[in-house]
Design a protein around this ligand. Structure first.
Ligand SMILES: [Zn+2]
Length: 246
């Protein structure tokens, strides 16, 4: 794809930027988007994720070692995927690098803005391989995995945000199979961050819960629930894992 880092003179810069109509800004120094456009308070935004199989690639091999949600007293706004320092980290979808720099918490961080308005974050990298303005296809290397910033052990911290608001990547991506769960979802505002719906319903694992408890709560068969989530009925469930029950 040929989106130039610096548009030719005479062409308005925004004409070359992905999803500029959603953001109305392009800031390569600020991590999180803070306006001017706000997510609608009482409405959903339809986010189309993929049109073809090759439109999504897992950013790191994984498996998932930590899910989205409350972790002790802090919110964990992404998921953690296992890797070794030096492993290649790739763009999940095509898009333009908006941010590529070091930050005390995220360590070496790359943020890619995608044509559908989604932004993906790749944190704790040992090395940055891209710079703002670079246009990447899904699966293109953007850095090497590492343990920089507030991190204990090599892993990829991966976030998905829309207009700066995070949502649970596991709700839209099955990281085990490396495939999106849906072609598109509706995003909506929920307690300061986003959730999404596609008719499917999810339950977030609380302390002490197993699949039997969740099956009982929603009146579904435990084996069916296990199949739906690629689990066994007796698996120990990581806290904050999103279990699909419908
Ligand atoms: Zn993390």
């Amino acid at each position: 794809m040929g989106w130039a880092a610096v548009p030719p003179s005479g062409v308005p810069a925004e004409a070359k930027l992905p999803a500029f109509e959603w953001y109305a800004s392009w800031d390569t120094s600020e991590i999180h988007y803070r306006g001017p456009i706000q997510f609608p308070q009482n409405d959903t935004v339809n986010l189309s994720l993929v049109r073809m199989d090759c439109d999504y690639v897992n950013p790191a091999p994984g498996p998932t070692t930590s899910g989205f949600g409350r972790r002790w007293r802090r919110m964990h706004y992404g998921i953690d995927l296992d890797l070794e320092t030096g492993d290649q980290v790739v763009a999940a979808f095509e898009g333009m690098v908006r941010f590529a720099a070091y930050n005390g918490s995220y360590g070496n961080l790359v943020i890619v803005r995608h044509p559908n308005g989604l932004e993906t974050y790749y944190a704790h990298l040992s090395e940055l391989k891209v710079q703002p303005g670079d246009y990447l296809q899904a699966g293109e290397v953007l850095g090497l995995g590492g343990n920089t910033g507030r991190s204990y052990g090599s892993h990829l911290h991966f976030e998905m945000r829309f207009l700066g608001l995070p949502f649970n990547p596991a709700h839209v991506i099955d990281f085990d199979s490396g495939k999106p769960r849906f072609e598109c979802v509706d995003l909506y505002l929920k307690r300061g961050y986003l959730d999404c719906t596609n008719g499917e319903k999810f339950h977030v694992v609380h302390p002490g819960e197993d699949l039997y408890a969740i099956a009982h709560k929603y009146q579904v068969d435990v084996n069916q629930l296990a199949d739906l989530n690629g689990l066994s009925p007796n698996d120990i469930l990581p806290l904050d894992l999103a279990i699909r029950y419908h």
